[in-house]
Design a binder for this molecule. Structure first.
Ligand SMILES: [Zn+2]
Length: 434
């Protein structure tokens, strides 16, 4: 006999909250569309103040104490492109846990290939379209209305909830979440749990991400007349040997590893090494002169899993490059670090994972799927700078549509995620403080 679908029986309070979210469906969609119509494109970081103020007004109407935080002194915070973050501080009794819901409102450039206006906020056939529909303005709307539904249901939380909209996640988050954590606005001292409504869809809870090591390899050759290349040394040819070594010596070893972190898509449970860019010789679009390239730089993106240490990852790169250099005494190769992000992983048994899993069971009628992200997002800052280790990502929108043309989010998914977030907040904020 097949099991009937499991459906937890929500309490009366939960029922009232779910009904309030459903009743707010039109408002949630309208708020998402309004955010999409503000082109918060990063780079360079356009219209941040307008979007922060839109979110701030909504938070103010919902009874939050609203605060704007600008990262004075950071080089990216300029008069032309000010970095403006907004935090709504929820008023609570202070007797329970404090939860922080955070979404970034910057979006990547629209790019080509759209069949609709990327900043039109079109709602059609049950979907909201536009840059940021999935990643992650619908997530911000879900966060705001999850808390609003609890308020409209007339429920006082033991704990409290803060909601923030932040900048620059797409370029590293240093003026956004990292700044809030570094300056003490949001840390483990004032926050127990953080949920980031990044687009993993209504059934998946994201419990971490892989690490990143970006580096340049620089090859130096010797310029000569292009008609007599034997009198020079091509830095581009030397870079070719580096690429070949990474492909044949490092690649197969990485392909054989597999993380216990449930990274999706499954292929990304392995570490990876990608060449982002190569620049050598003369710029391609200029008039060319006959020259042997005396310099070539390539930028690499190595993604690593929690089972690998950064030291080992870096050593493998250094060894591979040193071996290529040793094969031909004329070769001059060096490695320059660009960026390091360590992997993060929510602790096993975290209450925030349990609360979201319970809420998914209640709203969706089935168990949550735990996943991890192949790329990084602001969880690293909450965990590593803020010291908030009980942090996850859970929010509406198909991950596959992030950064794509015709990005969209299903209205039903958005409403379901809002309901799940609301019930999870209810459970977490009902826990005792301490
Ligand atoms: Zn995002």
């Amino acid at each position: 006999m097949a099991n009937p679908p499991y459906r937890a029986r929500p309490s009366d309070r939960a029922d009232r909250i779910l009904a309030q979210v459903e009743a707010a469906r039109g408002e949630i969609v309208a708020f998402t569309a309004d955010m999409i119509r503000i082109p918060t494109v990063n780079p360079p970081g356009e219209s941040y103040r307008d979007c922060a103020e839109l979110i701030g007004r909504r938070l103010g109407e919902a009874g939050f104490d609203v605060e704007y935080v600008e990262p004075e002194g950071l080089p990216e915070h300029t008069a032309a492109h000010p970095r403006v973050n907004v935090i709504g501080r929820g008023v609570g009794e202070g007797a329970g846990k404090r939860i922080h819901l955070n979404g970034h409102f910057d979006v990547v450039p629209a790019g080509d290939g759209w069949s609709v206006d990327p900043f039109g906020g079109l709602v059609k056939d049950g979907r909201i379209y536009g840059r940021g529909a999935s990643d992650m303005k619908s997530g911000i709307a879900a966060a705001v209305f999850a808390v609003e539904a609890i308020r409209r249901a007339g429920i006082d939380l033991r704990g409290a909830v803060d909601v923030s909209g932040t900048v620059d996640e797409e370029s590293g988050g240093f003026a956004g979440v990292a700044h809030l954590c570094r300056t003490g606005s949001v840390t483990g001292d004032n926050t127990d749990y953080a949920i980031i409504p990044e687009p993993f869809g209504p059934d998946r809870v994201c419990v971490g991400h892989r690490g990143v090591y970006w580096f340049d390899v620089v090859a130096r050759g010797h310029a000569a007349h292009g008609s007599m290349p034997h009198l020079g040394r091509s830095a581009i040819d030397d870079m070719g040997a580096v690429l070949e070594a990474f492909r044949t010596r490092v690649g197969p070893r990485l392909a054989a590893l597999r993380s216990s972190l449930p990274v999706v898509p499954g292929h990304s449970r392995r570490p990876s090494l990608n060449v982002n860019a190569i620049e050598g010789g003369q710029a391609g679009e200029t008039d060319q002169t006959p020259c042997v390239a005396d310099r070539c730089t390539a930028t690499f993106d190595r993604r690593f899993i929690p089972e690998e240490s950064l030291d080992d990852v870096r050593e493998e790169v250094m060894d591979a490059v040193a071996r290529v250099a040793a094969e031909d005494p004329g070769r001059s190769l060096s490695v320059v670090d660009r960026l390091v992000v360590h992997p993060v992983r929510t602790p096993p048994g975290s209450p925030v994972v349990a609360a979201l899993s319970n809420a998914i069971r209640a709203v969706r009628g089935h168990d949550a799927t735990l996943v991890a992200s192949p790329g990084t997002y602001d969880q690293k800052h909450f965990a590593r700078i803020g010291g908030i280790e009980h942090c996850v990502a859970y929010g509406p929108g198909p991950l596959a549509e992030a950064h794509q043309p015709d990005e969209s989010c299903g209205v039903d998914d958005l409403v379901a995620c809002t309901q799940v977030l609301a019930l999870a907040v209810l459970e977490l904020a009902g826990l005792d403080a301490g």
